[in-house]
Write a protein of this length. Structure first.
Length: 51
């Protein structure tokens, strides 16, 4: 549940760095999908707190 503690900017930076790493290493997309899912969950949690 680390991603909920991280700030949105940190999460976004981490996802972008991870994507660059995957492109360079032709890594399978399962980990990137997981990162995207975490981003969506963080956005939902943030939206629920604000509204």
């Amino acid at each position: 549940m680390y991603f909920l503690k991280a700030s949105f900017k940190d999460l976004l930076t981490g996802c972008m760095q991870q994507s660059v790493f995957e492109i360079k290493n032709r890594y399978h997309s399962k980990q990137r999908k997981l990162c995207q899912d975490q981003s969506i969950m963080l956005l939902r949690a943030t939206a629920e707190k604000k509204f």
